[in-house]
Design a protein around this ligand. Structure first.
Ligand code: HEC
Length: 130
């Protein structure tokens, strides 16, 4: 019985130790996201991450970079909105909630499973296309 309890106990210790040893590493990774969330200008890393996230999501089924498809061309979105923290937040919320009325009556589908931080990275990439 004792042996059976020792194994998970050891696993927990190992996990805690790794978490304690690694905080510098974890923080370095989190920094760009934290910066965007705090309302700073997007970094090159955020923009690159946003491009990657868009390629893995369903965005490109409705959007192309330079031609209108179901949704507006990303270049047109970039021309309409300056790359400011306020616009990252506003458009990230629109991507998550979905909706229509800005570019026409066809609605964008909601993306409820996207985090605000990831949606902001996607938008920072779109608004960097000028
Ligand atoms: C089902 C098709 C569809 C998908 C999928 C889609 N969009 Fe859209 N998107 C649209 C349409 C249509 C509009 C125009 C909405 C409007 O007129 O308000 C739009 C508008 C936008 C806008 C501009 C919003 C505004 O208010 O000006 C952004 C930014 C955007 N989409 C990003 C994305 C991203 C990022 C994804 C992937 C996570 C995505 N879209 C997926 C159809 C789509």
């Amino acid at each position: 019985m004792k042996k059976i309890l020792l194994v998970p106990g050891f696993m927990v210790m190992l996990f805690v130790t790794t978490a304690v040893i690694n905080p510098a590493h974890a923080q370095a990774k989190k920094k760009p996201a934290a910066k965007a969330a705090a309302g700073g200008k997007a970094s090159a890393a955020d923009i690159a991450a946003g491009k990657e996230l868009i390629s893995k999501s369903d965005c490109l089924a409705c959007h192309k970079i330079d031609t209108k498809l179901v949704g507006p061309a990303y270049i047109d979105v970039a021309k309409k909105y300056p790359a400011t923290p306020a616009n990252y937040a506003k458009l990230a919320k629109k991507v998550i909630d979905g909706g229509a009325g800005v570019w026409g009556q066809i609605p964008m589908s909601p993306h409820a499973s996207l985090s605000m931080a990831d949606a902001k990275k996607m938008v920072s990439y779109i608004l960097s296309l000028k």
